[in-house]
Every structure is written in structure tokens, then in C-alpha cells.
Design a protein around this ligand. Structure first.
Ligand code: ADP
Ligand code: SF4
Length: 580
């Protein structure tokens, strides 16, 4: 038995944009006199799923903003939602289970309900079990016999205290003004401020103003604030954004250390190398973004990530994607040296206390160059030099090039509509799925939506060199792969060059033809090395970090080796730190 569910994504529904309730006008059901689509109290379309038939698939296709979803689900599942946002809103089925003593990960595409699930668990959102209203005793009854029972029992007994690090750390400066120390003192229920500040490398910025922090600093302050609360369940929504790789590893260790017999940790994370390193168990979430999301059973991390990549959950016998995501073991055989776009020799530049040096190197046209290196090591300064915005103190740069730049940190604050801000070609709009965003105001976009708009904006400008600083932030695994493909294709097609600063190793592997490696000491001095072929660049970078990565035998995805493990030693000896 199947049950039909119908959902309107209110955020996407734009009755003016479609010429006036197109769905109401074209719905076969409405034409026959049934009220399948009506105007809702908020002025958006509303769908009545009880009178929907298969014939409405035409209406679904006609909506220019892809706001209508119609899905058939097994009746047993469909009758047991945990939460539904209104009568025709997104539906969440099942819940992840925090486990005491462990780190539990949640993995799934954007819009699949991860934050909704986290909000239910953290009691920010009272779940309604898909009805108008429900109370806590009904909820307890609902979870009886399920994995979540123990958690909800403890919650109802008031034995659970929750702490939550939100995804959007960019919002902190809008909500808090003052110094880092003041913010952390407010959170410090455990009286561990100086210890945790030390472990998250915040000691030097305790007296800085929140509004002056970089994205990576804000992220660590937010993580510290969450950890300082005296809670027994800690939620971290995307803790790796804006951090460089060594910071990601350090933060992972820190987050892991919070889990003990009486404490559970839950993380949402899209950097697969980091999620793998951090989590003990993972719930995969699948369904249809914007319409419904189902939480899978918890599986051991390795199996869960592999299942996610393969698109198939064996235990549930569910195929949720029709293609596998694959990785290659060997370096992508790229670095086809064409004409250099720009070259440099013996460049030196001092800015305040910071000094950048670039001995000699070049980057080719028609290529994508990945940039690896810690935050604060001079990546932006280097780009300003090659763009001619700054002049070197010594040495030479072959020519100036026109640069289009997407910053790491997207501080847009505008009520302009996306369509009046963006000027993109049809192909780019289609590839990045921008059409449904066009009628939205920029400051109402989610982190991932804003990122796609910013990437599109950068790529649509006329330039010789495109610099994208951390395009992966807030994007899910699948969007990261699409972005890689789009950047690669455009550079190839238009004969241009992209420099991409990235800290997600899986993404940099997919994306780059060659690598520039920045070395030195953040805020003191940095040197530019390369561009190198992939294997050489990656070996050099991982040597600096003092880690090695092995390949998962099933999915070929990279995984961090335990330091001093057999593989770690073997790979160091043979000089194959990443590619085998
Ligand atoms: P994720 O965290 O996986 O990106 P979310 O839980 O944020 O997913 O959102 C899942 C779906 O629920 C989205 O389509 C979103 O638009 C919708 N949604 C989230 N919050 C609300 C709300 N308050 N009212 C109606 N719909 C919402
Ligand atoms: Fe128009 Fe689509 Fe909204 Fe219907 S659901 S009013 S077709 S935007």
C-alpha cells in the first residue's frame, strides 16, 4: 500500500513570478472542480493531498520554481511522521539517536531535514507527529521500543541538557557585540574558559572584537562557546566551515574528546574526510530535498559513508540516488602544460608584520589550480599581487591579469532580489540550479544558496583569472561535486584559469589540475610553492601537516591514517602520502 504526499515549498513558491497561481490554473483536478490547489492564508499556493491524483504530475512539472512535490511512499512509513511543517509542508520521518559516549554523525544533502531533526532533538522544535498538535506523552509513546526511546525518556525526566553550535557562524557578529572573552565568559558554565581557549587556539584573540574576526576564528569561538556549556548532549552543525585542514583535524579531536559515558555528541558535516575522522556512527538521511527526509538507522561510520556514496542502503533496501559517487586512487592525470597565464620570480612583499615570498613559478591558462595552506598564510595577498592591486617590494611578475574574486566569507547584506543582482548565462543558471532562487531576496538565502549565488556571480564576470576562496562552505557533498565540474568545464571552454582555495581534500582532488602549496607561519611569513603536479603537491602538503591518507578499499575515498599505524609508516617510507 502506498500513500501520496504532496508538498509545496513555500520558500520557492512565487505566485507573481509564475504569472498568477499557474498551478491553480493548470491543475487537471481544479479544472474538474476539485480544490487540489488553492490560495493559502500566506498568499502562497496550498495543496490538498487528499484529493490529488496521478494526473497532477503535469502541474508539478509546470511550476517554474519547482515548488511542488508529489511523492508516493509506503503507507506504513507515510503514516508515521515525526514532524510536518504545516499541512502541506516538509515531512521528517524518524530521528537520529544521540549515543552516550559516542559521536554520531548525520549525512545528507541540503534541504533533507538535518537541521529539523537536530532542532527536534534539541527541543528547539516541538515535533507534531504530522498532526495539528501533539504533547510530550504522545511523543514518548511514539518512540517506545525504538532506538530513540531512552533519549526521550531522559529528556522527559529533565536529565538532558543540550548545547548547540549553529551552522551559520556568520550571524554571530549580528547577534553579539563585544569581545571574544566576554562572549565566552557568558557561556562558561564549566569554568574551563582558559583551557578550552588554549585547545582551540583562541588565546591570542580573547581580547579581539567579535566583529573583527575572520570566518575561521568565529567558527572556533562558536565551538568553544558550545563546549563551555555544562550540557550532556552537544550538537555541532557544520563545525569545519572556514577552518583550514590542520584546524579541522584539531577541532575534530576536540569534539571527540567531549563524548564520554554521560555525554553524547551529534555532528552534521559535509567534509567526508573530517566526518570519517570524527564520527563513530552515522545516520544517512535520504528522501527528496524540500519535500521529505527519512533518517536511516545508525551505521558504523565507514559503512555509512560508503553506503551514502553508493546511493544504496543495504539494511533498508533503499536506492536513493541512481548513480554512485566514485573516487580515483591515482592522481588525476592532468597538468597539461599549456601557455602560462602568469609567472613570477623572486617576489617579496611586506604587509605590516607579515612577509610573503614567492621564489619562482607559474600558472597555465585553461587550468584549475588548487591552493592548499593554512589560514593567514598570505593567499589573498598573493592574489592581490598577481591582480596588480598591490605591487611587490622586490622581484617581478610577468603581467597583470584581470581577476574575479569570490571571498571566503559572504558578508552580503542586501534586500535586492537575486535576479537583479546576478547576471548569469542560462547554462550556469541551470548547472547551479539558480532559477528557483531568482525571486528571493539576497538576505533571505540560506548559507548554501548564498554560496551558489556568490560562485555564479564570480564565474559570470569577464576575467582572466577566477579566484574562489572556499567555495565548498555550506554546500553538501553532491553540490561540491557539481561545483567542481562547473568550474573545470568553464575554464576549459573559455580558456581561463581558476585558483581555488579549499580545505576539503576530497573536493580539491576532484577539482584541481595542479596545486600551489603555501608554507610558513600564519600571520608572520608565508611562501608560495608550485604550481606542482597533483601527487607532488599533495605529498608536500601532507608532509607539512604530518599526516598520511589511505584509500578505502570499497569506495576509494581518502581516510586519515592513525598516526604511527602500520599503513602510516609504510606510506611515509614509500613517499606515497595520498595517491597510491
Ligand atoms: P537540512 O538541514 O538538511 O538542510 P532543513 O531541516 O533545514 O534541512 O530543511 C528541510 C526542509 O524543511 C526544507 O525544505 C525547509 O525549507 C523546510 N523548513 C525548514 N524550516 C521550516 C519552517 N519553519 N517552516 C516550513 N518549512 C521549513
Ligand atoms: Fe506558482 Fe508554483 Fe507557487 Fe503554484 S506552486 S503558485 S505554480 S510558484
Amino acid at each position: 500500500m502506498e500513500k501520496r504526499i504532496a508538498v509545496i515549498e513555500k520558500e520557492k513558491c512565487n505566485p507573481e513570478g509564475c504569472g498568477g497561481y499557474l498551478c491553480i490554473r493548470v491543475s487537471p483536478g481544479n479544472r474538474m472542480g476539485n480544490e487540489v490547489f488553492v490560495v493559502g492564508p500566506d498568499g502562497k499556493a496550498q495543496v490538498n493531498e487528499d484529493v490529488c491524483t496521478d494526473a497532477e504530475s503535469v502541474t508539478v512539472k509546470k511550476c517554474p520554481f519547482s515548488a511542488i512535490h508529489m511523492i508516493k511512499l509506503p503507507a506504513k512509513l507515510a503514516s508515521q511522521p515525526v514532524h510536518r511543517y504545516g499541512k502541506d509542508g516538509f515531512i521528517l520521518y524518524r530521528l537520529p539517536t544521540p549515543k552516550f559516549g559516542s559521536v554520531t554523525g548525520i549525512l545528507g544533502v541540503n534541504g533533507i531535514g538535518k537541521s529539523t531533526a537536530v532542532k527536534v532533538l534539541s527541543r528547539v522544535l516541538q515535533p507534531n507527529l504530522g498532526k495539528e498538535k501533539s504533547d510530550f506523552s504522545e511523543l514518548l509513546q511514539y518512540f517506545k521500543g525504538s532506538e530513540a526511546q531512552l533519549f526521550f525518556e531522559r529528556l522527559s525526566e529533565g536529565k538532558i541538557k543540550i548545547s548547540y553550535k549553529p551552522q551559520a557562524v556568520d550571524l554571530i557578529p549580528k547577534q553579539f557585540s563585544g569581545k571574544v572573552k566576554e562572549l565566552l565568559e557568558k557561556a562558561d558554565e564549566k569554568r574551563q574558559l582558559s583551557d578550552i581557549a588554549k585547545r582551540l587556539d583562541l588565546t591570542n584573540i580573547l581580547n579581539s572584537e567579535i566583529k573583527e574576526l575572520s570566518g575561521g576564528e568565529l567558527q572556533r569561538v562558536a565551538i568553544a562557546a558550545a563546549a563551555l556549556k555544562d550540557a550532556n548532549v552537544y550538537f555541532f552543525d557544520e563545525p569545519s566551515s572556514f577552518l583550514d585542514i590542520s584546524q579541522r583535524i584539531n577541532v575534530s579531536k576536540f569534539i571527540r574528546s567531549l563524548a564520554n559515558e554521560s555525554t553524547a555528541v551529534v555532528v552534521v558535516e559535509h567534509d567526508l574526510v573530517i566526518l570519517d575522522y570524527m564520527a563513530d556512527f552515522i545516520h544517512v538521511m535520504y528522501g527528496e530535498a524540500g519535500a521529505y527526509g527519512i533518517v536511516s538507522q545508525a551505521k558504523p561510520t565507514r559503512n555509512a559513508i560508503n553506503a551514502y556514496l553508493s546511493g544504496y542502503l543495504k539494511e533498508e533496501n533503499v536506492r536513493f540516488r541512481n548513480h554512485e559517487i566514485k573516487f580515483t586512487e591515482r592522481p588525476p592525470d592532468r597538468l597539461i602544460r599549456t601557455e602560462p597565464l602568469i609567472s613570477w620570480k623572486d617576489v617579496g612583499k611586506k604587509l605590516g608584520d607579515f612577509k610573503l615570498t614567492a621564489s619562482s613559478g607559474d600558472i597555465s591558462k585553461k587550468s584549475v589550480v588548487g591552493i592548499l595552506g593554512p589560514n593567514g598564510i598570505g593567499k589573498t595577498t598573493f592574489v592581490k599581487l598577481i591582480a596588480g592591486v598591490e605591487n611587490p617590494d622586490s622581484g617581478s611578475i610577468s603581467s597583470k591579469v584581470k581577476v574575479s574574486y569570490k571571498p571566503q566569507y559572504l558578508g552580503f547584506n542586501s534586500d535586492e532580489l537575486v535576479e537583479s543582482y546576478l547576471n548569469v548565462d542560462e547554462l550556469l543558471s541551470k548547472q547551479l540550479n539558480l532559477e528557483p532562487l531568482m525571486k528571493k531576496e539576497i538576505n533571505k538565502l540560506s548559507g548554501g544558496e548564498l554560496q551558489r549565488v556568490a560562485i555564479a556571480d564570480c564565474l559570470s564576470k569577464d576575467a582572466d583569472l577566477y579566484l574562489l576562496d572556499e567555495p565548498s562552505a555550506y554546500l553538501d557533498v553532491e553540490q561540491r561535486l557539481i561545483i567542481s565540474k562547473v568550474i573545470r568545464e568553464r575554464m576549459e571552454q573559455f580558456g581561463k584559469t581558476a585558483l581555488v582555495v579549499e580545505h576539503d581534500l576530497v573536493f580539491i582532488d576532484y577539482l584541481s589540475d595542479s596545486l600551489i602549496v603555501f608554507e610558513g607561519e600564519p600571520a608572520k611569513h608565508g611562501s608560495v610553492n608550485g604550481a606542482f603536479p597533483m601527487e607532488e603537491g599533495m605529498n608536500r602538503f601532507l608532509t607539512n601537516l604530518n599526516i598520511t591518507l589511505r584509500r578505502d578499499p570499497d569506495s576509494s575515498r581518502p581516510r586519515i591514517n592513525k598516526s604511527d599505524s602500520r599503513l602510516d609508516k609504510e606510506q611515509r617510507e614509500s613517499g606515497k602520502l595520498y595517491y597510491q
